[in-house]
Design a protein around this ligand. Structure first.
Ligand code: GLY
Length: 349
């Protein structure tokens, strides 16, 4: 078993272990004094792992109620949130009871946000089943739902009380969902770890537990230094400003990881054009994205992307912070006018 400890506003363990899906109950009981669990999952994941997790929770003496949302981003909304709240209240969940999120980013974000507001906050645990959730969304405490005006616009910083990841879950992931997670894995190499990037260049078409753990450690280090995204955590947004704009312009038909990979290509090209990184570094990034099936997607017009970017939730008045690449493994956050950011977008498109 591999373990990463996060010491943020809450201290918790991230456990990586083959077969941990059958031991979720044991770990939840160890970390809290709940008597009831609401297991939240989705229509893709619940049929695969729901029964195993329920058995493990019940075997540990935890009364388990489950709630299954329709798989997909469109479920991450206020309707699902209030349905979950109703289930908790109807079943008389108290502040000592907990939520367990079994699934990818949508389930984790929704269940985490619900946990952060029900009774002003109850404990929750993440059991990520996608690569993206394992290396990114289950770690660090960002929770949210989407509203008509945009993605993740209503949410909270609320750390889980434990994260339990079973690498066996990756074996059932469709290729395109695996590739989605690889975009975030590659991002960690670009922003902070040239050695990880080289390992990704050298490995086969799937990564191992060693690289997954490394990504989690990088995120842990960043979150411990800047939990509420006042500074360094913004590095994790490399490729995300143009990525979010791409997602939005596509009407969310382009998945998050794919959009971020496109955003990374755009910003890296602009950085090369501006002389901030070398052509070799830019080319290495493009080649690695290609290797993991994150090929360039049909370009959306710069104008539409620029419009979408103007409404980015990370905009600070007339400024925006972009993450620029100096080299593989070395990036920096630069605050600039929105006008400058639009120029960079055009340069990289
Ligand atoms: N996904 C970026 C962050 O958690 O800050």
């Amino acid at each position: 078993m591999e373990k990463v400890i996060v010491s943020a506003s809450k201290k918790y363990e991230i456990l990586i272990d083959e077969g941990i899906l059958d031991n979720v109950g044991k770990h939840v009981s160890r970390c809290c004094s709940a008597s009831k669990v609401l297991l939240v999952s989705d229509t893709n994941v619940f049929p695969l792992y729901g029964e195993r997790v329920i058995s493990s929770l019940e075997d540990s003496g935890l009364e388990t109620i489950y709630y299954v949302i329709t798989a997909g981003e469109s479920s991450k909304n206020s309707e699902s949130l209030f349905e979950l709240i109703d289930v908790l209240a109807d079943n008389e969940f108290t502040r000592f009871d907990v939520i367990v999120a079994l699934g990818g980013g949508v389930v984790g974000d929704l269940a985490g946000f619900c946990a952060s507001i029900y009774l002003r906050g109850i404990k929750f645990f993440q059991v990520p089943t996608t690569l993206l959730a394992a290396v990114d969304s289950s770690v660090g405490g960002k929770t949210a739902i989407d509203i008509a005006q945009g993605k993740n616009l209503v949410g909270s910083f609320y750390q889980p009380s434990g994260v339990f990841f079973d690498p066996q879950a990756l074996s059932t992931l469709p290729d395109e969902v695996y590739a989605d997670g690889m975009a975030e894995v590659i991002k960690y190499g670009v922003i902070l770890d040239g050695e990880l990037f080289s390992q990704l260049e050298a490995c086969g078409d799937h990564i191992g537990v060693e690289q997954i753990k490394r990504c989690i450690e990088i995120k842990r280090d960043v979150v411990e230094k800047d939990e509420f995204e006042g500074g360094m955590r913004k590095l994790l947004n490399f490729g995300h400003t143009f990525g979010h704009a791409t997602e939005k312009v596509s009407g969310y038909s382009v998945s998050h990881g794919r959009a971020v990979s496109m955003g990374m290509r755009i910003i890296a090209k602009a950085c090369y054009e501006l002389g901030s990184c070398s052509f070799d570094d830019y080319s290495r990034l493009c080649a690695l994205l290609d290797k993991f099936s994150l090929e360039p997607i049909a370009a959306f017009k710069g104008e539409a992307l620029a419009d979408a970017m103007l409404f980015d939730k990370k905009r600070e008045g007339d400024s925006i912070s972009l993450v620029l690449m100096d080299a593989i493994g070395k990036c920096r956050v630069e605050k600039m006018s929105v006008f400058e950011a639009v120029k960079i977008l055009y340069l990289g498109s």
